[in-house]
Design a protein around this ligand. Structure first.
Ligand code: NAI
Ligand code: MG
Length: 342
């Protein structure tokens, strides 16, 4: 592939610590890329009064893909979520989030037993639902509209079916259609698309899904759902894995893609050098898969597994290592295994 252009958006808080680690990993595996830094976020908003401008969006559009840290969202009614806007403007309609149990022991209250090893994908609709930005405020009430379109649902359902077919061909359609009728609209379309694609499917109410994911995560393969449900079940699933600091995600559209950790800017630990960089490094791995550099992607995963198995862990996993200790160990491992043919 030609040299690819990656917009690198560190963002706020720990984004500034974990994204440089992910960029270093891309260099270590020998990806031929041009890094285009883009400053957006709360820091920029405080400095300039604008968190992101059209020029920033144009730069992101002109790149092949985006590596994104996290943005702090202040409690200010005039501040619009940057990430939601990027997802909508670039039509990054599929937020794909892999969750897989680790083979190592970490300091986590949740320890899945041998029969509960899991490996599932959350496929979250990323441009509509309750995040569509249709909101009204009055003195005595506030109203947010949940938008579910046929076009938006068909494309996310097709993506989920495609992924299911590449995996165990099992799709769970998550909704709350017993109460919210737009959820019935969503699930009926997903059922039709699953039938057309010969994908085995079942439906599950989102509250039951939360319960069952904790009880028996090993039963699930691909889960498709609307925006807010996907946001919430993702953080819950990160707790199943052991830490938000381990969980990457892709945001995929027709022409663009954005790769980011599931976590936010974590102001409680920002600036201390203790954030877990693995979610960002594995987001770089998803980027490598997207550009079809499969051997490089495998090497990153192998390096992360090796480092965790060696006990090199940040505080969120019960370890005492710093962000750069962990990323340095990942890069050292890559260097020992690297050959230009990879
Ligand atoms: P958060 O995901 O930033 O943090 C939740 C908890 O997990 C915190 O205790 C944090 O220390 C811990 N954590 C997160 N990532 C970690 C890592 N890599 N290593 C170790 N520990 C980690 O969620 P929170 O605190 O609710 O949000 C903070 C800010 O981030 C808010 O302004 C929120 O709006 C924003 N946010 C941004 C996102 C994005 O840009 N993609 C996503 C989620 C939240
Ligand atoms: Mg979230």
């Amino acid at each position: 592939m030609n040299k690819i252009k990656i917009a690198v958006v560190e963002g706020d808080g720990i984004g500034k610590e974990v994204i440089p680690a992910a960029v270093d990993v891309l260099h270590a595996v020998g990806l031929d890329f041009e890094s285009v830094p883009v400053e957006v976020g709360y820091g920029k908003w405080k400095r300039t009064g604008q968190a992101m401008d059209e020029h920033d969006l144009d730069i992101m559009r002109s790149c092949d893909c985006i590596l994104f840290g996290a943005i702090t969202t202040p409690n200010d009614p005039d501040y619009k979520s940057i990430l939601v806007r990027i997802r909508q403007e670039l039509e990054l309609y599929a937020n794909i989030r892999p969750f897989r149990s680790l083979n190592i022991t970490i300091d986590s209250p949740y320890k899945p037993g041998p029969g509960h090893q899991f490996d599932f994908l959350i496929v979250r609709e990323n441009t509509e639902g309750l995040y569509a930005g249709i909101e009204e405020f009055y003195e005595d009430r506030a109203c947010t509209t949940k938008l579910v379109t046929k076009k938006g649902t068909i494309r996310i359902a097709k993506m989920a079916c495609k992924l299911a077919k590449e995996r165990k061909n099992r799709l769970t359609i998550v909704h709350k259609a017993n109460v919210i009728k737009s959820c019935r609209f969503f699930s009926d379309i997903c059922v039709d698309i699953a039938k057309q694609n010969n994908v085995q499917y079942n439906e599950m109410l989102v509250d039951t899904m939360a319960y069952n994911l904790i009880r028996n995560p090993e039963k699930y393969d691909v889960l498709v759902m609307s925006n807010l449900f996907g946001d919430i079940l993702s953080d819950m699933s990160a707790a199943l894995v052991g830490s938000l600091g381990l969980c990457p995600s892709s945001n995929i559209g027709e022409d663009h893609a954005l790769f980011e950790p599931v976590h936010g800017s974590a102001p409680d630990i920002a600036g201390k050098g203790i954030a877990n960089p693995i979610a960002a490094i594995l987001s770089a791995k998803l980027l490598l898969t997207w550009v079809q550099e499969f051997n490089k992607a495998d090497l990153v995963q192998e390096a992360v597994d090796h480092v965790l198995e060696s006990g090199i862990k940040t505080i969120d996993l019960g370890g005492s290592k710093s962000t750069t200790d962990v990323s340095g160990a990942v890069i050292d491992y890559i260097k020992t295994q690297f050959s230009p043919a990879i």
